[in-house]
Every structure is written in C-alpha cells, then in structure tokens.
Design a protein around this ligand. Structure first.
Ligand SMILES: Cc1ncc(COP(=O)(O)O)c(C=O)c1O
Length: 376
C-alpha cells in the first residue's frame, strides 16, 4: 500500500503525534478554561503551548492572536463572514478552494461585491491584477497561497506589499502551504491567515487555526463562552466557543514541533525532489498532460494530471484497486480552479507525496502510471 494523498490529509503522522494525542486524552484530561483544578490548568497549558509553537513557526509576535478552529474551512468562514459587511468589496482569485468560493458566494447574497482575478500562466496569479482590482470599497484581499489543484505557490509576499501600500488587509488560505513552505506573516504582510492542522503540520483531523493581526476585530461565528465569572472574552477564547479539541490540538503541537525539529526547508527539499521526479517522468509520457507549472521549485508537493481523455475517477480506482496506490481524483473541492485550468467538469488525478514517502514509492507509482497509460 502506498499513500500519495497528503494534500487531502497527511498520513502517516510522526510517532510523537500519536503519542501526544494519547497522552493528552489519558493524562491531561481536563477542560481548558473551565475550572481552576490542576487538570483544567494542565489542559489550558497544552493549548497555550501549541499556540506558542504555531506563532513561532509563522513569526507571529503574539500567540494570543491565534484562535483554534476545527479546520481551514471554519477559519475561512470565521474571517470572511466576520469581516465583510453589505457594500464591502473583496478581491479574490479564480483558483480558490470551495471553502473560499462558497463562503464568498453566500456573502454576495448579502450585498458583498467580489472581484475574481483570473489565473495567469502556469497556474499563478499576477500581483498587478490584484493591485488593479483593489478599489475604494475594498475591505479585504483574500487569496490562496497554493491551489490544491494547480499546486503553484502564489507570490503572497508581492501581494502583501501591494495590500500594505494600499491599506487593505490581506487574508491568505494556507491550507496547502503551512508547514510545507516557509511562511513569515511579518515579512509577507499577512494580516489574516487561515490554516489547517491535518495536512503539512502533521496534526490530527479536526484541527485548524486562524491568525488575526492586532487591530483587526472579528466577531465569533458561534456564540457561547467559557461560563466562568470574570472570564476574558477577548480573542482568542472569544472565537473558540464551546469545549475545544484539546487532544487534537495537543497532537497538532507535536506535529509542529516535529516539523520545526526536522526543518521546514529540509522537508520542502525532500518533497521537491519527489515531486520533481514525478513531473519529469510523467511529462515524458505522451498521453499525459500535467496541470500547472513543470517547475517543481514553484510547487507544493502535488501534481494533477490526466491520461488522454480518460476518466480520472477510473484512473484513481485502478491505482488503488489494482496497485494499492492511493491518490485523489475528481474536482478536489475546487471546481473554479478546474474551470481556470480547462479541466472542468472531469477534473484530474492528483498525486501528493509527503515527507514519509520514499523514492521507491515514487518509482513504483511512476511505473504503474506508465502501465496504465499504455492500456487503451
Ligand atoms: C487550498 C485549500 N483551502 C482550504 C481547504 C480546506 O481545508 P480543511 O479541510 O482543513 O477545511 C483545503 C483542503 O483541501 C485546501 O486545499
């Protein structure tokens, strides 16, 4: 069995992640922010330490600006629905995930206007087009850091410089990049960052977070609170209504610590080598078309492709059922990106190696794809 669907969720997780989930569930046990007994305090410490780890990874100065959510989709909803009001204008791109596309569609029904900047060459976007799209009512620029279909890493730093100059906040969906490429919210001028825990940060599913720069206020999506007298209802707790996923967040912390110990750059180099091999080999097969850039250094660790006009779902099925290789096929929750790439409505097969894949996994995958491509 070879797992090559890390862009959907990473598997396996590093050993310390499994251990930490078990440890928190078994030995910490209490409810963070609910009560002052030792187990509740220990749980609060777990949450605090993970906020600190995430802040360190992303160069966030105040870890209190990091709120935990259950995934990037919740983070995106929280930020967009909290920030945008009727009459506001938002600039986004044509290659966003449905988490952004559908949230903005819902907001458009409430009087928010959106401009979608088109896809440029090789799956990127042109910062100048974002610059041109920003108008006097623009309340936010919201872009992905890398589309989960195209994989191209977008020039967030350049867009950040434009937004900073124009005084418009920049929100970035880093679901595909957090942990996979270096991110610095200060130098990249990122004001709001929506992240997920279960992909390149190696955390369990059900973990995500939202960073909000100081000075930006976002109301909660779900009302509630800790119920303590004199409690702080400031961010981050104000955005984390109800009991949060302490064991999952503990596991996420172990994932982030593992990643920082290995080094984001080292993980990136390792994955870039795997993805480079896939691109080189698949690009040499006549019936295969690769979506997006052929330059591995400009991609996160995923490649979407098609074999002639064959159904990607069928290819994915053959890969798994005949050869035990798990990839993802279809529209990948991002039909807009497929429209932009010209692969709608069929979609593509997407292969996404992770840090725990070996070179021989990749060679086996390539050999199998060659075999499938030869079948008519
Ligand atoms: C670019 C992008 N944005 C958002 C999401 C949604 O992430 P989550 O499943 O954590 O909500 C994904 C997930 O694949 C993604 O790839």
């Amino acid at each position: 069995m070879i797992y090559l669907d890390n862009a959907a969720t990473s598997y396996p997780k590093p050993e310390p992640v499994y251990r930490r989930v078990d440890e928190v569930l078994r030995h910490v046990g209490g409810n963070p922010g609910r009560g002052s007994h030792r187990m509740a305090l220990s749980a609060g410490r777990v949450i605090f330490e993970v906020r600190e780890s995430i802040a360190r990874l992303l160069n966030i100065k105040d870890s209190g600006r990091v709120a935990f959510t259950k995934n990037a989709t919740e983070s995106i909803n929280l930020a967009l629905k909290g920030l945008l009001k009727s009459g506001d204008h938002v600039v986004t791109t044509a290659i966003e995930h449905n988490a952004v596309v559908n949230t903005i569609k819902a907001l458009e029904k409430k009087g928010i206007k959106a401009t979608m900047v088109g896809m440029g060459e090789n799956g990127t976007i042109e910062p100048k087009e974002i610059d041109d799209a920003v108008g006097k009512n623009t309340r936010l620029v919201c872009i992905t850091h890398a589309s989960n279909v195209l994989g191209t890493i977008l020039p967030v730093g350049d867009v950040g410089a434009i937004c900073h100059r124009k005084g418009v906040p920049l929100m970035v969906d880093v679901a595909q990049t957090v942990g996979a490429v270096p991110i610095d919210v200060e130098t990249m001028n990122i004001d709001i960052l929506a992240g997920t825990g279960h992909k390149a940060l190696f955390g369990p599913q059900g973990t995500g977070f939202l960073y909000i720069r100081e000075g930006i206020d976002i109301p909660p999506l779900i009302d509630g609170g800790t119920g303590e007298v004199g409690e702080s209802m400031d961010i981050p707790e104000r955005l984390e209504s109800g009991t949060i996923n302490t064991p999952g967040i503990g596991g996420l912390g172990a994932g982030v610590e593992f990643l920082m110990k290995e080094g984001v750059i080292r993980v990136r180099e390792y994955e870039e080598n795997l993805i480079g091999r896939i691109i080189d080999e698949l690009n040499g097969i006549k019936s295969i078309s690769i979506i997006g850039t052929l330059d591995a250094s400009k991609r996160v660790s995923l490649v979407s492709f098609n074999i002639a006009d064959r159904d990607p779902g069928e290819i994915g099925y053959i890969l798994d059922n005949e050869f035990g290789i798990m990839t993802r096929s279809g529209l990948h929750c991002a039909p807009s990106a497929h429209r932009a790439a010209g692969t709608y409505p069929g979609g593509s097969v997407r292969v996404s190696p992770g840090y725990f894949n070996s070179v021989s996994d990749i060679e086996e995958f390539i050999g199998v794809v060659r075999k499938i491509a030869r079948r008519v």
